[in-house]
Structures are given as C-alpha cells and as structure tokens.
Design a protein around this ligand. Structure first.
Ligand code: BGC
Length: 907
C-alpha cells in the first residue's frame, strides 16, 4: 500500500484491522456499572488476537469525564501512561475519585509480544454511587396507615406529583426501602431489577439502587410512585410463624437528582409532602406464601400525574441513619427467561394442572378474561404425587399460592411483585374458560450472572445431570446463595454455599454476587468470631447461638479462597481477611492446648447415606472428626491467604497452627496403619483431600476408601463428603471408580434422580424413593444445589479445565482431561477473566483427538493422557516439530507448555 494511501486510510479509520484488539471491558467485574461504591475500582479487559502465544507486554488506560474527552490529552482525568507488563485483570484505576453521580469513561490499548499494538478499545464507563453520606437529603417515610402487624399486610403505595419547568437532560433516582420496592416514574418502572433493595444484613448494610431515569421524566407534570411490600424485612420469614425480622414498618427513601436543559438542577426527595395508601391491588405478599392481587383495586393512574390522592394518607417522616446505606454490589435479580408449559390437563381430582417441564424459580404470568370478582388461585409445587396430584407437603408451611381477582376488564395480565415460587407444576383453580399454553408462562428469575461455563459428554444422563446442576444454581441464586427456593426456608445456608461455590464459579461470572454476600459474613459474625449457620443471619438470638458449625462456618474462609483462585481476586482476601482470621481464632481458642476442636454443635456430614445394613455399618461420620478436619482446612487456607497478602507472620503462625491441628488429628483419629476412625468414606475423603495423612499412609488410606466404595457398591457420603469423593478417587489412582460412581443409576447416586425425571438437583439422594414414595416431607427439597457440587469434578477432571492457584484467575491454566469409560468424549469451556478456555477430547478405538483453546495473555500446561510413547500430531505435524513450546513426558502422559491459541492433537 502506498504510504500516502496508508496514512489517508488510517486517518479515516479504515485501515485493515490490527490483529490485536481489546474487548470486554469490565469495572469490578461489571459491564458499565451505574452507582458503583468503589472510589478506585479495578478495571479488566481481554485481548483478542488470532494466532498463538499472544501475551500482553504493556497497556495504557485513559479516562475522562465524557466520552469525547477521551480523545484529547487536555481533557483526560487520568492516563496510566504506557505500563509494561501482562496485567489485564483487576488493574486499579489511578485517577481522581469521582464524586457522587460522576461518570468516568475509560478505554485501554495494549501491546503484545509479537510487536503488535491494538487500537484503543471501545470506551466503557462507570458512574459513582453515593460517595459521601452528606449527599442524602431525602427523609425516610412510612405510610400513615393502620396495620395488623401479626399477619401479611397489603403493599404500601407512595406517591408525589411534581413539575419540571424545562426539558430533562439527565436524571438519576437513588432509592431504597425497608421491605421490597418497585419505583415508577410517570407510570413506568425504573430499571429491570427485581427484589430491590436485595437482601443483606439490613441493620448493618442496606443497599440503595441508582437508576438512570432521564427518559422517564419530562418537562411539565411528573409523578414519582413506589410500591413497597413486606419481603425479607417484615414478611413471614424465616420458617413458620415468624414475622417482622428486621422491623415492623415498611419505609421508603427516594432522591431524584435532575438536570434541566438550562443547566439548573432539581431535587425531589421523600419527605412529609408525600401521600400513602394501603388500599391498592397487592393485598398480601409474602416470600413464602405468595401474593394476593385484587385487580378491582388496580387503578394504574395512581402512578401518573393528575391522580386524585386526596383520600390517601400522609406519611411519617423518620430519621433512620444514612450510615448503613451502601451501594449495590451484587448481581441484580432479573427476569432471565420464559418457559412455555409443556402440558396442561385436568387431574383425577378435577384440578387443572400445568407442567412447565422444568423445576424453576420465579412465577407465572397469567392472562385471563372474566367477570369482575372472578378469583383464580395458583398453587405451585415441585412434583406430583403417585396419583398425579400436586404434592405440597414438602413445602412445609410455605403456601406458594398466588390469588388473582379479576377486575372484569377486557384482558388482564397478572404477575406477582414481591414473592417467588420454586415449582414445576401449577394447580389452577377458578380460571374462566379453557387454559391454554399461551395464557400461562413461566417467568424464570435469578441473580443475573453472566453464564460462564459449558459441559457436555457422550452420555445423555450425565448431560441431564449437568442441566440439573445449572438449574439448581439458577434456582438458588436469588440475591444470596440459598439452600432451597420453595419451602419455608430459602436461607443463605453457609455449608451448602461452601460446597457449591467452585461449581458456581465455573458456571457463572459470580464474583460480585459472592463479594456482596461475603460482606454480610463480616457484619453478622458473632462477638467471639462464630460464623452463623445462615447469612444474612436470621436464626441467632441477639447475636448468639445458631453459629460455629464445622463445614458451615468455614464458608467464611473457604469461599473467599475459591474466589481468589477462580478470579484472581486478591481484594476478596483483603476484604474478608479479618473475618477469616476471627473464625480460625475462635476455633483455636475453643480447642485450647489440645488443638482438638469439638466443643460446638455441628450438622456433621449432613444427609449422608443412612445404612440399615448390619453387615456394613458405619456410613455416619463422627462429628468430632468433621470439626477437626474443617479446623485444619480453615487454618491452612488462612495461612495461604496471609501469604498471598504478604502477611508473613500470620502466614507462618497459621501454618504452624495447621501442623499442630494436623498432629492432633493424627493422634486422635488415625491408627499407625492408616485406618481412620471413623472408618467412613467421608472421613477418608476429607483427610486425603486436605493431605492430612503422612505420605506413607496415603495409598493405604486411598485403598481403604476404594474398598469401602466397592463394598457398598456406591457412595455413602453426605453434604461434606459428596463434593470431594470423586476428586479424591481420581487423584489417588481410582479415576475409573469415580466414573463408576458417576454412572451409577440406582439409589444412592447422582444419576438416580435423573432416572426419576429430576430437572434440578435434589436435597436427598432419594427424594423420591425407588417405590415412588417421597422422603420425609419435613426435609425434602427438589431444588437444593449442594449435591450439584459434583459439577466441579466434571469440569476439572472429566473435561479437564483447572485454575492454578499459583497463578490464580486462570492466568495459568491446568488442562488435564481424564478420559474414562464409558464416556467416548467430553468437552467443557469456561469464560475466564482473560477470555474463553475450552477443551474437548474424543476417543475412538485407540485414537484420541483433543482440541484445546487457550485465551490470550495466559499460558497453559496441557497433559495429554496416555500419549507417552505415541506418535502425537498437533495440527497435522508431529509434536516434536512444532516449535515454540516445551513438552516432556511423565509416566504415561505427555506434558506440554502452551501459549494462547487453538491446538488440535491426535494420537
Ligand atoms: C437446609 C440445608 C442446611 C441444613 C443445615 C437445612 O434445613 O436446607 O441445606 O445446610 O438445614 O443442616
């Protein structure tokens, strides 16, 4: 190309694209976040380039207050200058901290090790939330209405009219509530988020949301309106008969900041001039019990100007402290997908039943036409009983019932506001006319994580299991990680979350979700360091009790560590370090000089296989043993976290403590021949996984474990053993046995529920027994993700994608597929912070084909199983001839050190 033409095209921006691009810019793992609480957030980006071995060698970030401002040096807020290095994830913003509501635009360009440099990326932005509590000028308001605080109450409505003299250039709403709220401006809902303000330990941390409401306001008359329901704050929660957990009164806080086209500003705040009512259509709304909607009371004009609110009540102004208000950090709950029913029929008992074909969480959207006062009742349940009727005993006291009363208009559409149901089936009573699939739609809601993981293999039942794991996650990611979404529980059980977190980190981009939840560990942790069973803690009394259970409380340490390994998020360790340490210190004090911690109540290996066979007793693992292994685990991880954070003394201290805890463990629970007491699968699995046994006993212990599995013919593990048994077997030479456990179809096994038609993971191995009867209704959830933790093994071992904790966040990736019969192929992919990693293996006769995709700016170690001594081809060339990467042989395997790119091996 002639030089002149080159420059001309460059000037016009038409030059052939550079082979290197920067994409997927995120700020604190979020795309263009509005209302960020961080003054100096961390920025991440991904390199996109074809070819192999692409590493970033330098980057440059620039930031400005406007998009246009990015282009001129003089208008930049900050420029990093060209910074040498390969850091592209969690790079701290170094410019001046934006003030409340200020936006920072930023973009980045990079250089690579092939002499390329990228163009500037497309600009991204974040907007600062409330950076200073003096910002708050709004007052808390409560409705001046009479209420019966002993039972579910109608939702409260708040409204205020105001006028704006000129065109609106920019408007933001800052909003929160005691209860759950929906904000509307001129009749239109602000944002798509549901269950706002989310669930946190409200007395310590109450999130506010920020909405861009520019397009909802206009010159002239406007109305701001809000509907507030009971929610977690004061509804029936937790368990049966409890109410008013956080307080008795619903309240609202709204501050609108409006910029007009003449440069002047207007501020509209909640204050004594607002009007309130509890006479609206939402007559009752409870998280567990459902919503009652009376369409006859629905006059949507209350949300718009010109509505006569003279019959409404005033409001009480309250002075609740602003100090607990905190920016929204998690992932908003949203409507994520819609499901068309697979079947609608009339049961033996004469009820109309609707099958969504999927155990899901959310609600139904119902369309109906009928005379005013027609009452339609929607009962939700997960399964049908043997006679084909809706089974609801396992919901315990949760009614999961929506009641819709028609207004008698043309066509009415109902969706509840402040409740959610865990269900596959809906029983519909009183529907006027025939109910057809176009009249009833399943609305699936959950914390809107970006999907990040895929797994598939040659076995359809295993693929179904994977489907069920994904749906178990969807169903239990509702602002906090919950145990179950259907019965009168739905709590942030820490043990369940702890075992499932690695699987969740593979399946979704969930760093912000957990970062938010972990902050509630800090504030809800008890005085001496005990970690509550559930977070947010709604079970302890006055900050006492319901805490310190081994395997549950340890979530305080284990989850931050997983987040660090999965995302390379060092800040989560900084944020949680104090809490992690307080928990280990609690155990240390309780253990005293014996270094045996066994003084607190624990749930043990929850829901383990309960053997009644007298010839093989002993599937139940001693609680003392469980306590000790988790004491050891938390101590070890704490020492590692300390090392990562450069806290050398702590690292050494807790490493030493770990040695003592381990010695105490060996003295107490291990015979010199490597037999464990208790002699159970969970015991071996826990000890081996953590490396608690001395080297010479490991093989014997693993052999005992394998023998026990063979003796039973199946696993006997509960919550605390099941997530580890397969990785431990695979790591100790029994991968085939692990695969047999996976493939087993009879109870107890992962596939047994699949053969029974499960579409989610069950709480119990036999929620529905082989004879079709149900397990104990007192505890029989059909959507409990804990046993879905097998996912982690499927992705890391069967497919073979592993993070490397020495270079966390997949900066270095360990690719170690482990083919095993009867699978002939398996594949997985994961959206790492650097981009997509993928691995697929396929074995036909004696030929293995393996394709690996490694993202830019990372390196990977790939282990080719069984390749030693074979002729290994890479993209048609013998491996020995492929230049630029190292390879070697260990045992039966070939080990390759690879850079980014796509590689296809055959041998
Ligand atoms: C929950 C759990 C939880 C357990 C504690 C149950 O009611 O559903 O999954 O971990 O209690 O043992």
């Amino acid at each position: 190309m002639p030089l002149v033409l080159f420059f001309l095209l460059t000037l016009m921006g038409l030059r052939a694209p550079s082979p290197l691009r920067v994409e997927h810019l995120t700020c604190e793992d979020l795309v263009d976040p509005l209302g960020l609480g961080e003054a100096r957030p961390r920025l991440s980006w991904q390199l996109v380039a074809s070819g192999r071995d692409v590493m970033q060698t330098a980057y440059e970030i620039r930031a400005a207050a406007t998009k246009e401002g990015l282009k001129k040096k003089g208008t930049l807020l900050w420029s990093s200058g060209k910074v040498a290095g390969d850091r592209s994830v969690y790079v701290p913003y170094g410019g001046p901290a934006p003030a409340t509501g200020e936006r920072v635009w930023w973009q980045v360009r990079v250089w690579d090790n092939h002499g390329h440099h990228s163009p500037w990326s497309a600009p991204a932005w974040w907007e600062a939330g409330v950076m200073d509590t003096s910002f708050w000028k709004a007052s808390w308001i409560e409705a001046e209405v009479e209420e019966d605080l002993t039972r579910s109450q109608p939702a409260h409505m708040f409204r205020k009219d105001f006028s704006l003299p000129r065109r609106v250039v920019r408007a933001r709403a800052y909003v929160t509530a005691h209860g759950l709220y929906e904000l509307c401006l001129n009749g239109r809902k602000a944002g798509d988020d549901l269950f706002t303000p989310g669930w946190t330990s409200y007395h310590h941390r109450l999130q506010y949301q920020v909405y861009d409401v520019t397009s909802l306001l206009h010159q002239g008359e406007n109305t701001v309106a809000a509907l507030v329901g009971d929610g977690w704050y004061r509804g029936n929660f937790p368990f049966k008969g409890n109410r008013n957990t956080y307080g008795q009164h619903l309240a609202l806080l709204v501050q609108l900041e409006i910029l007009l086209d003449d440069g002047t500003t207007r501020r509209i705040v909640t204050d004594g001039t607002w009007r309130s009512s509890n006479e609206g259509p939402v007559r009752a709304s409870d998280i567990y019990n459902g919503e009652t909607w009376d369409g006859r009371r629905d006059d949507p004009s209350w949300k718009r100007p010109g509505y006569d609110d003279s019959s409404w009540h005033g409001v009480r102004v309250k002075h609740y402290p602003y100090g607990v208000l905190t920016a929204t950090e998690g992932l908003p709950v949203r409507r994520v997908e819609e499901i068309v029913p697979v079947k609608i029929w009339v049961s033996e008992a004469g009820d109309t039943l609707v099958d969504m074909g999927q155990n899901m969480v959310g609600w139904v959207r119902l369309k109906a036409r009928g005379p005013a006062g027609t009452t339609i009742v929607l009962r939700h349940g997960e399964v049908l009983d043997r006679d084909g009727n809706l089974y609801t005993l396992n919901l315990r006291s949760a009614r999961q019932t929506d009641t819709v009363i028609l207004a008698g208009r043309d066509e009415e559409t109902f969706e509840p506001h402040f409740t959610f149901h865990g269900f596959r089936y809906v029983e519909v009573h009183g529907y006027p006319g025939p109910l057809t699939p176009d009249r009833i739609t399943g609305i699936v809601i959950h914390s809107a994580f970006r999907p990040a993981g895929h797994f598939a293999c040659s076995d359809t039942l295993v693929n179904r299991l994977q489907h069920n794991i994904v749906w178990g996650m969807k169903g239990n990611f509702l602002d906090v990680p919950t145990d179950c979404p259907q019965r009168d529980e739905r709590l942030g059980w820490t043990g369940d979350a702890q075992v499932f977190a690695p699987t969740a980190c593979f399946l979704g981009q969930v760093a912000p979700f957990y970062r938010k939840w972990m902050k509630d560990f800090i504030v809800d942790q008890q005085k001496e360091g005990q970690v509550p069973y559930v977070i947010p803690d709604v079970l302890s009394k006055n900050g006492k009790g319901a805490s310190a259970a081994a395997g549950w409380a340890d979530a305080a340490v284990i989850i931050p560590w997983h987040l660090y390994v999965s995302y390379g998020d060092r800040k989560i360790l900084e944020q949680q370090y104090g809490s992690m340490k307080r928990w280990v210190e609690y155990q240390r004090r309780r253990a005293g000089d014996s270094y045996l911690w066994n003084k607190d109540f624990t749930f043990g290996d929850w829901l383990a296989f309960n053997t009644q066979r007298s010839d093989y007793p002993g599937a139940t693992t001693d609680k003392d043993f469980i306590c000790q292994v988790y004491f050891a685990r938390s101590t070890l991880l704490l020492s590692r976290a300390a090392a990562v954070l450069g806290k050398k003394e702590d690292a050494a201290f807790y490493r030493d403590l770990y040695d003592k805890v381990r010695e105490a463990f060996l003295r107490e629970f291990v015979t010199p021949n490597g037999r464990l007491s208790p002699n159970t699968q969970t015991a071996y699995v826990q000890a081996l996984d953590l490396g608690l046994l001395p080297g010479e006993l490991r093989d014997t212990a693993a052999a005992r474990l394998a023998a026990d599995v063979r003796r039973f013919g199946h696993l006997t593990t509960g919550f605390l053993g099941a997530y580890l048994i397969n990785p431990v077997l695979s790591d100790h030479g029994y991968h085939d046995l692990a695969c047999q456990l996976l493939m087993r179809k009879k109870y107890p096994s992962w596939l047994y529920p699949v053969t029974k038609g499960a579409t989610t993971i069950w709480e119990r191995w036999d929620g529905i027994r082989p004879d079709g009867s149900f397990q104990d209704p007192g505890m029989n959830s059909f959507n409990h993700y804990a046993y879905g933790a097998i996912g982690d093994w499927l992705y890391r071992y069967v497919a073979g994608i592993n993070p490397d904790e020495r270079q966390p966040g997949y900066k270095h990736i360990l690719l170690h597929p482990r083919p095993a019969k009867p699978l002939s192929w398996a594949e997985a992919s994961h959206e790492t912070p650097y981009g997509r990693v993928a691995l697929r293996w396929e074995q036909h006769d004696s030929t293995m084909t393996l394709t690996a995709t490694i993202p830019c700016n990372t390196t990977a170690t790939l282990i080719l199983p069984g390749a030693a001594g074979k002729k290994v081809m890479c993209d048609g060339e013998p491996v020995e001839k492929s230049k630029g990467w190292k390879y070697g042989v260990t045992g039966k395997e070939m080990v390759l050190e690879l850079g980014s790119g796509v590689y296809r091996f055959e041998y």
